[in-house]
Design a protein around this ligand. Structure first.
Ligand code: CUA
Length: 336
């Protein structure tokens, strides 16, 4: 249970009612979360009430009107009861009208963002999330300012994913070939988990990221500093940052452990046995080709599931990623 609590952002040992959460629901990070929870609880209690009532009455009837003697014939139901029939029709009708009205109002609030919302582009891809900020900077985590409406415009590179921030009570399918949108306004600085809520293949359960809510005034500073890292950091460090923001680390480990894809550790300069039976050396060109045409040289023992990064990474970015992968290997570049 602790692992689940940590994942849901409420911390170990805080199973009940921490940060506005409850037995059923995680903590609340937005104002709308309170409204969603109220409607959920209302429907839950109404359903529970009628479940107990209906099953209880049914049990009473089973006992009371059971066949007592062999061959006993049931009395025919002679007439109806207008008052009873009206009650069991009108009460449920009134309840579903109330549920529809409060549900639809909350749905409109959840779907229509304020006009001054700050826009971030989201790309879902097997198996990571990518966030593009207005200045062009991309990151694997969603950074936002506190107390500001954020509008996410989302699309998918491959299959259907579903963008889900449990603490904010927002969830929306991310579909290839079209844009879907959601918005939220975080109430307090902090971190919350982002999940993929649509089964999308082998790495679905690893498609996890974080939304980081910055205190007032700090988001702009962060964005400006983050934007220029390609020019400011040494190549290997810039490469490490870039593999995180591109989400490479969702499938490639750096400690030699096997994930969806091969580990980066010791990769550079090593011989790679391919599915085709050939053996190639992992030099700069091999790494570049692996990014731009991943299906072209699949390593034996792995599936050809990596999407192409053709058009998504610039030459300069490929160069720093190569520098990073190099730094994780003690081999020297092979001499021609
Ligand atoms: Cu993406 Cu599940």
């Amino acid at each position: 249970m602790n692992a689940l609590n940590t994942l849901l952002g409420s911390g170990p040992g805080a199973f009940l009612a921490q940060g506005g959460g409850s037995f059923w629901l995680p903590q609340r990070g937005t104002a709308i979360a309170g409204e969603v929870d109220s409607i959920f609880n209302f429907i839950l209690w109404v359903s529970l009430f009628f479940f107990v009532l209906i099953v209880g009455v049914m049990a009473v009837f089973i006992v009371r009107y059971r066949q007592r003697r062999a061959g006993e014939v049931a009395a025919s139901s002679v007439s109806h009861n207008t008052a009873l029939e009206l009650t069991w029709t009108l009460v449920p009708v009134a309840l579903v009208i109330v549920i529809f009205t409060v549900g639809f109002r909350a749905y409109l609030k959840l779907t229509v963002p304020p006009v001054d919302a700050y826009e971030v582009l989201v790309t879902g891809q097997k198996w990571n999330w990518q966030f593009t900020y207005p200045n062009g900077y991309r990151d694997g985590q969603l950074h936002v300012p506190v107390d500001k409406a954020i509008r996410l415009v989302m699309s998918s590179e491959d299959v259907i994913h579903s963008f889900f921030i449990p603490d904010f009570r927002v969830k929306q399918d991310v579909v290839p070939g079209r844009y879907s949108k959601i918005w939220f306004k975080a109430e307090a600085p902090g971190e919350h988990v982002i999940l993929c809520a649509e089964f999308c293949g082998t790495g679905h359960s690893d498609m996890i990221s974080k939304v980081i809510v910055h205190p007032a005034g700090e988001f702009e500073t962060w964005l400006e500093a983050a934007g220029g890292f390609l020019d400011k950091l040494p190549p290997a460090e810039a490469g490490e940052r870039l593999t995180q923001s591109l989400g490479c680390n969702a499938c490639h480990s750096v400690d030699g452990s096997r994930m969806v894809g091969p580990s980066y550790k010791g990769l550079f300069g090593s011989p790679r046995r391919l599915k085709s039976g050939d053996t190639v050396t992992a030099d700069e060109d091999y790494i570049r080709r692996s990014m731009l045409d991943p299906a072209g040289q699949v390593v034996e023992g792995f599936d050809p599931v990596m999407p192409t990064f053709q058009g998504r990474v610039k030459e300069k970015e490929i160069a720093v990623i190569i520098a990073y992968i190099k730094s994780l290997s003690d081999r020297e570049a092979p001499q021609p």
